[in-house]
Design a binder for this molecule. Structure first.
Ligand code: F6R
Length: 290
């Protein structure tokens, strides 16, 4: 694992841009793995700038996003906006090459929102089993949209290219994608119950007034298969999560087992780390900027 500490979010994102440009230049078939949320917005802006100045053309690349809220297409819209619309014409990722897990299901001509899903799950207990926050739909599931959901998550999982640079953010309790505390390190793309803290932290995403408590997410195991995971985090709100990732135990700490994980963080994120912890990190990993 490589840990790079930067004075500001701008410098962190710039370093991310440079690393991604280098990787893409070396391998024309390399795909991207995208995260949504606030953290990577600066990075996407810098990638768009690189396209403006002729250093980058993503028109032949594929991008596979981590997750989507259940009952919404919000992250799909985010993906189109940041990787296509905000790029100079013809240089961004083609809409057909932007992949986001499907969160929109219809049942009896209605969009299945979280509350309807609650009802369906209550009435069809034989169709799934719970494993922590993971809702694992069984192969023999009878309910039509649960059946479809299982099929879609399997297809998404199978389509994920291993040769991808996976951009990651981290949630306050250490989730990557929406792999909440209690999710298996080996999980694959699945339906999950969101943690209360996630619903709270992402409240501004639900400006239509419909809060969702479920999401479809790549699993921790799906993320671990990516050739190069780069996790970005900045700010004191992420200190505890980053501590868990680097030293402790949270969903993101699985990334310590990946030989090529890059952790890009700002100095303030490490604010409350004890000096003994920092020494441990310096001894164990390749650390710059600390
Ligand atoms: C989003 C995602 C999440 C976010 C995380 C941090 O696709 O997978 O894991 O990366 O919740 O979100 P921000 O960057 O908004 O703090």
């Amino acid at each position: 694992m490589k840990i790079c500490v930067f004075p500001s979010a701008e410098q962190m994102s710039k370093a991310g841009q440079e690393l991604i440009l280098r990787e893409l230049k070396e391998d024309p078939s390399l795909a991207l793995g995208g995260a949504t949320g606030n953290t990577p917005k600066l990075l996407y802006g810098l990638l768009a700038q690189a396209a403006e100045s002729g250093q980058l053309d993503l028109s032949q690349r594929q991008i596979w996003f981590l997750d989507e809220y259940f009952g919404k297409d919000m992250y799909y819209k985010y993906a189109i906006n940041f990787l296509h619309n905000k790029f100079p014409k013809g240089k961004g990722i083609a809409v057909k090459n932007i992949h986001v897990p499907n969160g929109m299901y219809y049942f009896e001509s209605q969009i299945v929102h979280s509350e309807i899903l609650d009802e369906v799950l209550k009435k069809n207990r034989d169709d799934y089993e719970m494993k922590g926050p993971e809702v694992l739909i069984k192969p023999g599931a009878k309910h039509p949209f649960l059946k479809q959901l299982r099929k879609d998550t399997k297809t998404y999982e199978k389509s994920l290219p291993l040769e991808r640079v996976q951009i990651l953010g981290i949630g306050r309790e250490g989730h990557i994608g929406f792999n909440e505390v209690g999710t298996s390190d080996k999980s694959r793309t699945h339906l999950t119950v969101l943690a209360d803290s996630t619903v709270e932290a992402n409240a501004e995403d639900f400006e239509d007034g419909i809060v969702t408590r479920y999401a479809i997410t790549q699993g921790s195991g799906s993320i671990m298969k990516a050739y190069l995971p780069i996790l970005f985090a900045n700010g004191v709100k992420k200190t505890e999560a980053v501590h868990g990732l680097l030293i402790g135990d949270n969903p993101a700490s699985v990334l310590r087992k990946h030989p090529n994980t890059h952790v890009f963080i700002t100095g303030d994120t490490l604010g409350e780390f004890k000096s003994a912890d920092l020494d441990k990190l310096r001894k164990k990993y390749e650390v710059t900027g600390l």
